[in-house]
Write a protein that binds this ligand. Structure first.
Ligand code: SF4
Ligand code: SF4
Length: 68
């Protein structure tokens, strides 16, 4: 796991962008629901979810394993 993913439920509008853009199928959810982390170990810290979220509801926090 290269990063931990935090979703701020109160800010998430369930647009589906994050789980659509994630190349590692880390995220899932239902439209107009809330994004969930379903496979955190697969995250490779590409930041696509964070960079594409329209409401800044999802944050990528690199772990010590992240290659700097
Ligand atoms: S940082 Fe990249 S791999 Fe990790 S959850 Fe976000 S989109 Fe997926
Ligand atoms: S991109 Fe942001 S607002 Fe849209 S589902 Fe993901 S966390 Fe929620």
């Amino acid at each position: 796991m290269l990063a931990s993913i935090k979703v701020v439920n109160e800010k998430c509008i369930g647009c589906g962008i994050c789980w659509s853009v994630c190349p590692k199928a880390v995220l899932a959810g239902e439209l107009r629901g809330v994004a969930r982390v379903i496979n955190g170990n697969a995250c490779h810290a590409c930041f696509s979810c964070q960079n594409n979220c329209p409401t800044n509801a999802i944050y990528v926090s690199p772990t010590p394993n992240w290659p700097h």
